[in-house]
Structure formats: C-alpha cells, structure tokens
Design a protein around this ligand. Structure first.
Ligand code: FRU
Length: 930
C-alpha cells in the first residue's frame, strides 16, 4: 500500500512538472528584447514616432522594448548604446543625434552581432542592418521645386537648418540647393542653424532680421517647428508680408505642419513619416530570420492649401481608425491576458482534475483494499473466535483430563502404599533371619528388593505430596527443634556412602544448638532430596558440605548443601525448580523432575527461600533460608510439643537403609570380579544397581568386564575383545548405546562381537533402531533375566557353530549371512595372508598382526571368536590341507611336499599329518596311487 501511494505521488508530481515546464518553454522561445536609442523624445514628431512604435509593439506580445532618450546629447547617446549592448538586447534601433560622434558605438553593437536598424537619421557608416526613413535629399529637392513655383523663379530665400551634423539636415539642405540650381533667380541668401528646435530657430531668425534689413521672399525650414519659429520672428518684427514659409514633417496634430498650412502660416509642408511602425515590423522580421531590405525608404508628399483639407481628413480618419485599432488592440490585449489567465486556470484545473481523478482512483483502490482487508479481518476474527472457543473447550477438557489423571495418580499412589508396606515389613523380618543373612546371594537379592521398594515408597510419597500441594491441602505443622541435631540425623544416613565413595562429607555448624521452628517432615524431605542430588552429581573423591549458620543480624537460619560435582549450565540452573524439569544430568537418571520443585514449595510454605548457585563442571550450592522464631506462622500451624527424638531417628534410619543397600551392591561387584571362564562379557550399564545385579548373576558363568560409559566400553572392547557386549541404550559417554553398537560394528577389530541391548523405554521405533545398528538382540525393561541369560548363551552357541564351519572349510570361501561385512573382510584378509605365506616355515603369528592392523591379543581373540582355533592352529591346518592335496597328486616325494607346505622338517610333517588325518603321509600317498 505504501509503495503504491509513493508511486502515485511521484507520477502526479512528474506530470505537473512536465506540464508547467512545457508552458514556460513555449513562452521563452518567442520573447525578444529590442533596445531603442533615440536622440531625443522631446518634440511632437518624436512622440508620434514612439506612439507608432508602441502601437505596433502592442500587436506583438513577444516583443519588449527598452527605450533610452539621449536628450540631444551625443555623449549620452554613446553611453546609452553601450549600456544596451551590455544588457544583451536582441536588436538595436538607433536614431543618432549627430552622425559622426555616435558612429563608433553603433558599429560596436553591429560588430558584437546585434542587428542594428537606423531610423530617420543615419551615421557615417555602412555597418548597420537596415534603414527606415524618407529620402531627405529628395525632400530638399521637392521643397526647392515648390519654392521656385511660389516665387516664379525669382527671390531671396532664408534657410533654417537642422543640426548640421545630423544626416536629415545635410540631405534636406543639399537637395534644396540642388533643386534650386535650375533657378538662377532664386538665391539662398542666408542659412541659420535652428538645431531642429522652435526656440533656436525663432531666436536665430529674429537676431538676424534685426541686424539685417534684407528682404526675404521665402523661408525654407528643415522642419515645421523651426518654420513656425521663423514665422514668429518675422511677425514679431512685422515683416511677414509677402513672405512664404515652407516646413518639413507634416504632422497632423495640434501645432502640427498640417494645421499650420491650414491656418496659412505655412505655405506648404513636406510629409516626413516617422517610420515608427515600420521599424518595429522590420525588427520582428530580422529577429524571426525573415528576408528584409536594407534601405526602406518612406514616401513623402507636399501638403499645401490644395490638399491640406483632404490630408487632415485622412489623417483624422487614420487617427480615428488608429484610436479604434488601439482600443481594439487594448481589448485584444485584455482578452489575451484573460485568455492567458484562463489558460493558466484551465491548466491548473486540468492538473487538478487529473489529480482528482487519480486521487479518486487511488482512494477507490484504497477503499477496495480496505474493504478486502476488513472482510479478511472479519473472517479472521470469526475464525479466531472459533479457535478461541475451541481452545477454551479443549483447555476445559484438558483441565478435566489433568484433574482426572492427578486424581488417578493420587488414588494409585495410595493403592501402592499398602502393597509396598506389606512387602517391606516381611522383608525386614526376612533380612534379619540368620539363615538369610548367611546366604550371601539371597541376602543381596532381598536387599535389592528392599531398597527398591523403599525407593518406590519415596516416589509414591512425593507424588502424593505433589498432589496435596496442587490442591492446597498441604498443611504446615511446625515445632521448635534443634536444627543441628535434626540435620545430623539426615547427615549420618549418607555417611557410609560418602566413606565408600571417598567423598569429603562434612556437617559444619557455627553453633552446637540452633533452635528453629520447622515442619520436620517437610525439612527432612527437602534435605534428603538436596543431599541425594549432591551425591548423585558428585564424583568419587569429591566433596559435599552441609553447613548450618544462625545469622542473628538478619534473624535467619541458613542451611547450605555445597558440592563440587558436575554443576549445571545457566539454563538448567534457572529451570531447576520448575516442575517436571529434567536437567541434562538428570536425563540419564530418569528422575521424576518433581523433587526440587516440591522442596522449594515446602520451604516456601515455611515462609523461607530455597535458591541455587551453580557452575558447570565446578559444583552447586543449594541454600535454604528460614526465619527465626514462629511469628510468621498461623496459630493453627504451630505444634505445642516437638516430635519425639525416636521419630527423627526413625526417619534417619529409613534413609540409611535405602542408602546402605547401594553400598552393599557395590561391594558385591568388587568382591566377585575375579572369575575366569571360557566366554567373556562386557556389561555397559550406568545404573550401579542394575550393573551389580547383572554382574552378580552372570559372573559365575562368564568372565565379566564392567563399564558405566560408552567411551570406556569401546576401549575395553579393543583391549579385551569380549565374546559379547550387553549394553543399556541410555548411557553416558557416546550419544547413546546405539552409537556404541555402531562403533563396535564399524571397527574391524570389534565387528565380530555380538551386542545385546537393554532399554527402559520399550517402544517399537527404538527396537527397530536397535536392530538396524546390527545389535544381535534387544530387551526392554523390565526383562526376564532367564530369557536374557538364555539369549546370551544362544548367541554364543551360534558363533561356535559358525566357527566350526570355518575350520571345516579352511580352504573354501566364506559365505555366511550371520557375518557382517567387516567380519567377512577380516576373514578374507586373514586367509589371503596365510595363503601367501604358509610355504615359509619361519612364518608365524608374530608377522601377522601388523599387516592386519591388530594387536596380538585382538588377532588371537578375533580368530578364536570367528574360527574357534588359535592362529598357529589355523596356519598348521592350512599347511596340512595343502600337503594332503599335493600328496594326492602323487608327483612329489614326502620330503618335497613337507618343505613345499612350509614344514621345517619331513619328520615333524609326518607326525602332524598322522595326528590330523589318522594316517601317515606315505600311507596316504600309497592309497591315493592305487
Ligand atoms: C524631430 C525632428 C523632425 C525632423 C527630424 C529629423 O526631432 O527634428 O522635426 O524631421 O527630427 O531628424
């Protein structure tokens, strides 16, 4: 979902950016900046020019004009042109003040690649792109002809010049003079510089007239403004009579040339168009790369009293039209702006619309997803509810089942107690009878029965305690006791075991008497449990300390059981008080997993604490803390009298009998472990009682080796090469007993040894697993010793039969299904070695075990086990078989046969042959010959 959302906004942003950038691109492509440098803008003609330009620009929104007014200053105009160049205008329009001073600046612009249009006036250079303006020389000529007409070819003329450095002034003057050259009667008496301005002209003319009485028939001024100035001067002096005035420009507006003609101030004016509109159109063509003319000459005409009305009308109309056009133009511009705005709005609208549509689609998609998720969630909720109900139902049923099971356990535990008591009581009696005590075997068997019955009783009691604790029926009954004495009773029960196992076992107390309020039954079980654990996990020659400390300061009594046994991992340590938890170590002892949990609960019922500290392979400390005094118990929990000392002693006694039976078993093992017999067995069992029991039962008939772990067991197999291995599946050392079988069967040196497995868990998979690793038989506990005994004997017997078979077929090949591949491999190797060497009389067993990678004992035992003869016997047998075969062919003497078969002397050969076959070699040879 988040991915889709991200992609959506990205797409939308890109769309927007693209649309906007296209729009900007379009506008940028069409935009041009024109620079216009004007010599002056301070007169009607120039204003008209600018007005026309502006009007034209209005039609072309892509054009922008930067206007600079030089106020008739050459210097200023040069600077302004340079500034426009810097501004990087796209085109430059110049109307220079004077031709020469402004020329370099114009050439600079042209050389920098800026197109240059000269308008009205030129410079003294050809470096420009185009010129727009009327032909001033022509204007001068037409003015001359008109003057000649007015004067009838005779008269004096006063010329009022424009700025002499400007090209129109030069053209108009030269043209005029050229035109008059055809009329010798007309003289240009004087030329005055009116600088294109009214005031200058008026001043110059008035000054001249005041000084000179010359009569002038005609005044020719280079523009209408100067013509009016001259007229004013003449009229001020009252000398206008019979004087004609001609001007140039012919503007239509107020005080323009046309009005002056109409008012008969001027006789005529020569139309001089400004070229404002034309120059802008030309600029656009140049900028758009269109073809254009360099010289664009504007037309001129004479306006006088004959056509001035028409011209004024026309101009008025043109003006009206232009005003209209302008208005329309403004409207168009407004519309354009409106259009542009609306287009922008539309664009924004469009983008918004697309955005809205996309958002809509996205929202729709989200809604659909949400609906689907909701549907899914609803379905899941229903399913969850269903599951919950189901779980609740199952939990209730489970709880009921657990309760039923627990009830069953309680009932059955109760049921166990009676038969156990009925077994234990007569047993105790029996064990006391001298006839039994004197018969070692029976005494040991009965002791074993007693010990295990007591253990069962303890387990049953634990189960019942557990159930009581569960149902909250465990009642506390505390009495005041000397806890040191109390603990000593339990301590003493373990002393014999400790002595036998060389364990440094001590009871340490900081005071001889420490009074404590305890429930003797509970604390007895706790301490017995803690000590049993300590003994279980401490190796022989280890240490176990039982420490009691009265801590007055903390008002505590502390009992510690410390050992330096196998210890626990951190994980095991943290779970050791959990019910049914069996730590790594305990697995092999198959404990119930409730002893420590119960102990903790007992101590907690006494308002104390039980904690553990342990380090793997370093040891374990269990600590009990009990509060001093009895203030922490309820009244009904406090007993007024302490239990009699006999009761405490009885409890200790019971522990002793359990523990002592173990010691007896171990003694039995040691005392009987010296039997020599035709067959040897290896018993691999880590439960000392079962080990002792099997040893006791099997040692009268077999040589028995014992091992309590798989690693040692395999070493014994290599060293002693027993005839059979009897192993428990759950043993320490290797992963399990199955791994031991696999190892025995995979090694050439031990592969022939049959293995019988015993397991506590008699499930089918395990049996199959056991047989698959080539175990020869499998028993599950409880097993019948008789059946086990018989099975061992049968297996050994079968081996014997097999061996006989080999010896009978010494030279033949061996094909027996009962042999595993390792055995076959060994037999083949062994026979091949004999076959290769029997001819050598010095060849003996000393040279054999090395090539077969066996020790002398291993070779001897293996050959014995598989072939039931010694290596020497077998070698001898092969030699005799070979000799008999050679003899039967009758080609060799007896002596030859003897040496050939590896016998050192013919005499020894004869004796051996006779012993084996009951006939001497010579007799045998003779019999065969016949
Ligand atoms: C305006 C003006 C016109 C004239 C032109 C010549 O400044 O003097 O009257 O025709 O310039 O450049």
């Amino acid at each position: 979902m988040r991915g889709i959302s991200k992609r959506f906004w990205l797409f939308y942003t890109v769309l927007l950016a693209l649309t906007l950038s296209c729009q900007r691109q379009k506008e940028k492509e069409q935009h041009f900046v024109i620079g216009f440098s004007n010599c002056t803008g301070n007169d009607a003609w120039r204003r008209t020019m600018l007005h026309e330009m502006q009007r034209e620009l209005n039609f072309h929104s892509q054009l922008e004009m930067i206007y600079r007014d030089a106020h008739e200053s050459n210097q200023k105009q040069v600077q302004q042109i340079k500034d426009l160049i810097k501004l990087q205008v796209d085109l430059l329009i110049v109307s220079p003040n004077e031709a020469e001073p402004v020329r370099p600046a114009i050439e600079l612009a042209f050389q920098q690649g800026i197109p240059v249009i000269m308008v009205d006036r030129k410079s003294n250079s050809r470096l420009y792109n185009a010129f727009v303006g009327a032909d001033n020389h022509q204007i001068g000529k037409i003015a001359a002809q008109y003057a000649a007409q007015l004067l009838g070819g005779k008269g004096n003329v006063l010329e009022v010049n424009g700025l002499p450095g400007s090209t129109p002034a030069q053209g108009r003057s030269n043209g005029f003079r050229e035109g008059l050259s055809a009329y010798p009667g007309i003289n240009v008496e004087v030329s005055l510089n009116g600088e294109w301005r009214f005031e200058s002209a008026q001043r110059q003319v008035e000054t001249f007239l005041k000084k000179n009485a010359t009569h002038f028939d005609l005044v020719y001024a280079h523009n209408d403004t100067m013509a009016l100035g001259a007229y004013e001067a003449f009229s001020a002096l009252g000398r206008t009579n019979k004087v004609h005035f001609i001007g140039v420009d012919g503007l239509a507006g107020e005080n323009g040339g046309m009005q002056l003609v109409r008012e008969e101030i001027l006789d005529a004016t020569l139309l001089y168009p400004t070229g404002g509109g034309e120059s802008i159109r030309l600029a656009l063509d140049i900028l758009n790369g269109k073809r254009y003319n360099k010289e664009n000459t504007l037309q001129t005409t004479v306006i006088d009293k004959h056509n001035v009305r028409v011209m004024l009308m026309q101009a008025g109309k043109i003006n009206d039209q232009q005003v209209m056009i302008e208005r329309e133009q403004y409207k168009i511009n407004d519309l354009n702006n409106l259009y542009a705005r609306q287009r922008s709005y539309l664009l924004v609208l469009m983008i918004s619309l697309i955005g809205a549509i996309l958002t809509g689609v996205y929202i729709f998609y989200l809604l659909r997803s949400k609906q689907q998720i909701n549907k899914l969630l609803t379905a899941q909720n229903i399913e969850n509810l269903h599951q919950k109900n189901l779980i609740a139902e199952i939990a209730t049923r489970e709880e009921e089942a657990i309760q039923a099971k627990l009830q069953f356990f309680t009932n059955i535990s109760h049921e166990f107690r009676t038969p156990l008591t009925l077994m234990l009581t007569p047993l105790e009696e029996l064990l006391r009878l001298p006839i039994i005590a004197n018969n070692k075997g029976i005494f040991q068997d009965l002791s074993l029965v007693q010990k295990n019955a007591l253990r069962l009783l303890r387990l049953v009691t634990q189960l019942m305690d557990f159930r009581k604790m569960e149902s909250g029926q465990m009642k506390v009954s505390v009495s005041e006791n000397n806890i040191v004495d109390f603990t000593r009773q339990i301590f003493q029960a373990f002393e014999k075991t400790a002595a036998h196992r060389h364990i440094d076992f001590r009871l340490i107390s900081n005071r001889p008497t420490i009074l404590a309020w305890i429930d003797v039954n509970m604390l007895d079980k706790v301490l017995f449990n803690l000590l049993s654990n300590a003994f279980k996990f401490t190796k022989d020659h280890g240490k176990i300390f039982l420490k009691i400390v009265q801590d007055e300061k903390r008002q505590l009594i502390e009992i510690k059981v410390e050992d330096n046994g196998v210890g626990m991992s951190e994980e095991t340590g943290s779970k050791v008080f959990e019910r049914f938890y069996q730590g790594d170590n305990q697995k092999k002892y198959l404990g119930t997993g409730i002893g420590l949990a119960l102990s903790k609960e007992f101590i907690e019922l006494l308002h104390g604490t039980l904690s553990v500290e342990s380090n793997l392979n370093e040891g374990t400390i269990f600590t009990v803390h009990l509060n001093m005094g009895n203030a922490h118990f309820a009244i009904n929990e406090i007993l007024q009298t302490s239990p009699p000392i006999e009761q405490l002693e009885a409890m200790g006694l019971m522990h002793s009998s359990v523990l002592q039976a173990e010691v007896k078993d171990l003694n039995a093992v040691i005392s009987q472990n010296a039997v020599s017999a035709p067959y040897s067995l290896l018993i691999v069992e880590d439960n000392p009682e079962l080990s002792a029991f099997l040893f006791r039962k099997l040692s009268p008939e077999f040589e028995v080796f014992l091992s309590n772990n798989a690693h040692d067991a395999f070493t014994i197999c290599l060293e002693k090469v027993p005839d059979l291995v009897l192993s428990d599946i759950m043993i320490a050392g290797l992963t399990d007993g199955l791994a031991l079988v696999r190892e025995i069967k995979a090694d050439l040196r031990t592969s022939h040894i049959p293995v019988v497995l015993i397991s506590a868990l008699g499930n089918l998979e395990e049996q199959i697993g056991g047989i698959q690793t080539y175990a020869d038989a499998y028993f599950s506990k409880p097993f019948s010793f008789q059946l086990l005994h018989q099975t061992i004997k049968t297996i050994l017997k079968n081996r014997e039969i097999l061996r006989d078979h080999f010896t009978a077929e010494v030279a033949g090949s061996i094909r027996s299904k009962q042999f595993n591949s390792k055995d076959k491999q060994f037999v083949n190797e062994f026979m091949a070695l004999i076959e290769a060497n029997y001819r050598n009389p010095d060849y003996s067993v000393d040279r054999m075990f090395k090539p077969l990678s066996l020790s002398r004992v291993q070779l001897y035992r293996k050959v014995k086990a598989l072939m039931n003869c010694s290596v020497a016997e077998y070698l001898n047998m092969v030699r005799l078989q070979k000799a008999r075969h050679t003899l039967s062919q009758g080609e060799h003497t007896i002596a030859e046969v003897a040496y050939e078969s590896g016998f050192s002397s013919p005499a020894y050969f004869s004796t051996a042959f006779k012993t084996k076959f009951g006939i001497s070699p010579s007799e045998f040879k003779k019999a065969k010959a016949n």
